[in-house]
Design a protein around this ligand. Sequence first.
Ligand SMILES: *Cc1c(COP(=O)(O)O)cnc(C)c1O
Length: 376
Amino acid sequence: MIPFNKPCVVESEIDVLTEVLHENKLSGNGIYGKRCSHWLEYNLACERVLLTPSCTAALEMTALLMNISEGDEVIMPSYTFVSTANAYTLRGATVRFVDIDPLTMNIDPQAIEAAISKQTKAVVVVHYAGVSCDMDAIQELTAAYNLWLIEDAAQALMSTYKGKALGTIGHMGTISFHDTKNITCGEGGALLINDPSLMERAEIIQEKGTNRSQFIRGEVDKYTWRDVGSSYVLSELNAAYLFVQLNHAREITANRLTSWGLYDKELKQLQSINAIELPVIPKNGSHNAHMFFIKTTNEHDRNRLMAYLKERDIITASHYVPLHSAYAGAIYGSFIGTDQYTTRESKRLLRLPLYYRIGERAIHHVTSQIQEFFQP
Ligand SMILES: *Cc1c(COP(=O)(O)O)cnc(C)c1O
């Protein structure tokens, strides 16, 4: 069987876990937590990185840091994961869902502008499949209208836009280390803070609303309740596991890119006869091969192909049901403008198996079965 995903394992995770267990210091912001933060700050060229229990938690922190409250509106694509929206609905905001660019499945900058109102407080972009949104156009808008810009870079670690790491372009960015992502510690995330004015408060919100971080650094002689906050700290066990994988980030990304390139090459012929469409990577950035998706002509063909491959022990997956069409989406938000592409494109998208060290043979097997499906 070829699974859709296998969580990445390099080899030496077990050794650091044993080491941490022997140290018997498992709470957060420990030695490995700091190493991970520094690795990310250095390698992504980011001002400050806080490790969180998930990308969901990091998104919640952005809502607190922007003081999102009832009456505020937040603009985002409808084609995203629930956490992108929940972080702000939890604080009472209304979500304004907008359409995507069909080529990248990323938010359409023109649709953003049409959705801006007096209540708009923030724009949250999602770098789908680890491929960058059109950040120049989006930043121009958020600057002109004086809005916060948040990057949900959950899928985008090791991707860039014009030489900058994704997640480091907006005021804040968030990353996921869930085991469906390229680099993982099971459950984990990071908040990337690019606006220095947010740093002190971010540390306080992460540490239950206290200035414990300053206390640990010896800057104050006791720590007290300073602000709202919660427990947004990643356990040292998860951080140790993560640190091993971060040190292999380049190799993991290179391996996935090779697999991605092979899919692309072997499926080009089907694209040339208009049986399927292949992903388009804009020239202005580099991606991390988080995902390889194809698009069939319509939903019916997509579902037939998915079932055909499953019968042959190849597991593929569709993706997001657009949030505006989900039960809670209609309660907490609404779609602004016309849904020209979101629903239509999401119904014909199919994700193929892709994971660290999937290997040439497996990919060749998948592509040959797809070719067979489309045989006249
Ligand atoms: C995976 C993902 C999340 C959630 O990440 P967790 O670490 O599981 O909370 C949020 N947004 C997007 C776009 C994702 O792909």
